[in-house]
Design a protein around this ligand. Structure first.
Ligand code: NAD
Ligand code: MG
Length: 300
């Protein structure tokens, strides 16, 4: 991409970003964006904001890398202050995001910690509210995905960790955030195409994503009584550390995205505009929806 390009520049979407084959590149979970080849595009040099979230205060989980980083950059450039959650081992990635948010002239509050813990989730919300002066947007992006070929090898420990990170944390964060959210506030969850077209090696992960989808539909109907909207984004294959750090076997990382009609993985930068839309007042009549961003393997 040339420096003049932004998310509005017209291009052929098939060749806009790298296509497989990719190099094998094992990392241990949760992995780091800085160690990926090619480097993912989070919109660092391209995302152009227009004040669509002016003055909003957002908490984003998984904000150090991948989709969460792209959301943090876009939200900041649209005028929002952001609290960023991630795991302590991801500090190197998170530092880059803090700088990008500050370069956009917005406040970046770094709040590392494990969201698989209910007490931490409560603390994460209260610290965000305190340091941002309130909360208007909650974006649940953090997720755990570990590929296991057969159920015999899927341990109870992994099953529980995947549900804690992907489902329980969303529940705890929504519960803690709700009393702080004013009418007009929005919650955005991150489900997956796995909620609709589950892969055989992602039994636990796909189940958590189906739970996120159902939670989103139900919670939206519950909290519209407070003027709060709740939606979800369902990505297809996206080039992030989640995949080479155990989310897929390395042979699938090499071919990652080849099964999408677009014949490539999406880049985090291609997800951010949907999160911006769902967070902003532009989507005022949209709640309880799931938006697919899949490269062509549409939701049912
Ligand atoms: P990513 O690895 O960049 O982001 C996931 C983040 O989750 C990590 O950066 C980490 O900070 C956070 N995380 C994991 N466990 C945590 C814990 N216990 N406590 C706090 N934070 C924790 O990868 P990504 O692909 O951007 O993932 C973001 C979301 O997108 C996830 O919910 C994932 O399921 C979803 N998703 C990704 C894809 C894909 O192909 N990459 C496809 C569909 C859905
Ligand atoms: Mg990360």
């Amino acid at each position: 991409m040339s420096n003049a390009d932004n998310q509005f520049s017209m291009r052929d979407p098939r060749t806009q970003y790298p296509q497989p084959d990719f190099e094998k590149q094992p990392q241990s979970a949760p992995g780091l964006a800085k160690d990926m080849t090619p480097q993912p595009d989070h919109g660092e040099s391209s995302y152009k904001g227009f004040g669509r979230l002016d003055g909003r205060r957002a908490l984003i989980t998984g904000a150090d890398s991948g989709i969460g980083r792209a959301v943090a950059i876009a939200f900041a450039r649209e005028g929002a202050d952001v609290a960023l959650n991630y795991l302590e081992s991801e500090e190197a990635d998170a530092r880059q995001v803090v700088k990008l948010v500050e370069d956009a002239g917005r406040k970046a509050i770094a709040l590392p910690g494990d969201i698989g813990n209910e007490a931490f989730c409560k603390q994460l919300v209260s610290e965000s509210v305190k340091k941002l002066g309130g909360l208007d947007i909650l974006v649940n992006v953090a997720g755990k995905q570990t590929y296991v070929e057969e159920i015999a090898d899927l341990t109870t420990e992994q099953l529980e960790a995947t549900f804690r990170t992907n489902v329980f944390a969303m529940f705890w964060l929504c519960k803690a955030a709700l009393p702080h959210l004013p009418p007009g506030a929005t919650i955005i969850n991150t489900t997956s195409i796995q909620s609709y077209q589950p892969s055989p090696g992602l039994l636990d992960y796909a189940s958590t994503k189906a739970a996120i989808t159902a939670f989103t539909h139900a919670f939206a109907k519950q909290v519209i009584s407070k003027g709060v909207r709740v939606n979800a984004v369902a990505p297809g294959p996206v080039w992030t550390p989640l995949q080479p750090s155990g989310g897929q076997p390395q042979e699938k990382v090499e071919k990652f995205g080849s099964e999408a009609p677009m014949k490539r993985p999406g880049q985090p930068a291609e997800l951010a505009p949907i999160y911006v839309l769902l967070a902003s007042q532009e989507s005022s009549f949209v709640t309880g929806e799931v938006y697919g961003v899949t490269g062509g393997n549409h939701l049912p």
